[in-house]
Design a protein around this ligand. Structure first.
Ligand code: NAD
Ligand code: ZN
Length: 360
């Protein structure tokens, strides 16, 4: 472990030991002030518990509540955070605690990494997606009119506190978003993870704590492992995390952002990529079926929606992850084995046609 290693605590009341555990992190042993950044949905549910835990550990606490929703991930709101932090006279030795989903994590992480050239960040994720994905890996960011996440930094948290008890209030739509990222991780990772998840799918869908905690732990280990090999996304390894997101993002954009949840769109993208992989890298029909069944079991059915293939291709090309005008896919050969492939337009269009026809 280098200086950037950190603990991820996963547990049903982890929030109540947040302050005490933060004191055990060398960078935070002496910190005086903690700023809780949270959103308008999470604040009434969990802000007081977080602040009480911090106060009990001797932190002087403040909080800032931002409006819930993706629109909050903006340069404007980041600017408001900087100003508020300055008003509170927070110094370099303060710690920012991001209490909420990926929106709060990305925004507060961005503010923490830039205020006074960087203060300590703690992630306290409260959505399944943020527990399994966005709170680990160190990416922060805000959106521009030109696209999502176009401005951001790499900022590793000093500590991650995933209180699975907070998931009890998570709406179903947000729940399945996390499930899609868990399924993505399992397919890319290994037979071990995948077949465990197949067996645990019903328990996970029912939000049984044992299954939930283990799914989070496995996903975090998977992501941390990928990120450790490619911290700044320069070596191609990290691109596997984009599995299902190539078509997924295009579906989100074309259907109108928010029409489908991110998870529903990613699941659709995984179904599509598996079929493309069957033709291009030799994935088996059994694999395609096993993945379909898993997604069904997790509450992520195939979408009864399609769009003009040309428009979808165009949307994929505008994605910032497209290279030199070619669309790049993460294609599984099988569970635990994948390739990164630039796919020709004609091949993509042919498959998009078949995909759209399958919806008729
Ligand atoms: P989100 O933060 O918008 O949370 C979803 C909704 O759930 C919000 O309305 C929120 O207020 C509410 N909520 C949060 N916790 C709750 C709880 N415990 N009970 C009830 N309601 C709760 O969305 P998200 O899905 O967590 O995150 C999506 C964001 O994460 C996107 O902006 C995406 O770009 C980003 N992201 C970042 C990374 C990364 O590596 N940094 C990775 C994946 C996604
Ligand atoms: Zn995603």
């Amino acid at each position: 472990p280098g200086e950037e290693s950190y603990d991820v605590r996963i547990g049903a009341s982890a929030l109540d030991s947040l302050g005490r555990r933060m004191r055990g992190v060398p960078a935070l042993g002496q910190a005086e002030r903690a700023l809780v950044v949270t959103d308008s949905n999470v604040a009434p549910l969990y802000r007081d518990r977080a602040k009480e835990s911090l106060a009990a550990a001797g932190f002087r606490t403040s909080d800032i509540v931002v409006p819930a929703g993706e629109d909050t991930k903006s340069v404007e709101v980041a600017g408001e955070l900087w100003e508020a932090m300055a008003q509170l006279k927070l110094g370099r030795d303060c710690v920012v605690v991001a209490l909420g989903g990926g929106v709060v994590g990305d925004l507060a992480g961005f503010a923490a990494s830039t205020y006074m050239r960087g203060v300590t960040l703690v992630q306290a994720p409260t959505t399944l997606l943020s527990m399994v994905d966005s709170s680990v890996g160190g990416k922060t960011g805000v959106n521009l009119a030109a696209g999502k996440n176009l401005v951001g930094t790499f900022k590793q948290p000093a500590y991650v506190c995933a209180d699975t008890g907070t998931l009890a209030t998570l709406p179903e739509r947000e729940w399945t978003c996390g499930c899609a990222e868990i399924a993505k991780s399992a397919v890319i990772d290994s037979d071990e993870f995948f077949f465990w998840l197949v067996d645990a799918a019903d328990a996970l869908a029912a939000r049984e704590d044992g299954a939930v905690s283990e799914a989070i732990a496995r996903s975090v280990v998977f992501k941390a492992d990928v990120v450790a090999q490619d911290k700044t996304e320069s070596r191609g390894v990290r691109e596997c995390l984009n599995y299902g997101h190539t078509l997924g993002h295009a579906v989100e954009t074309l259907a109108g952002y928010g029409t489908f949840s991110h998870g529903a769109a990613v699941a659709e993208g995984m179904r599509f990529a598996a079929r493309l992989g069957a033709e291009l890298v030799g994935a088996s029909a059994d694999f395609v079926t096993a993945q379909d069944d898993l997604l069904d079991a997790l509450g992520l059915p195939a979408l009864a929606w399609s769009a003009e293939p040309a428009a979808l291709l165009d949307a994929m090309k505008r994605d910032k992850k497209a290279r030199r005008g070619q669309v790049r896919f993460v294609l599984p050969r099988d569970v635990g084995a994948w390739e990164l492939l630039d796919v020709d337009d004609a091949v993509i269009l042919e498959h998009l046609d078949a995909w759209a026809r399958s919806k008729e």
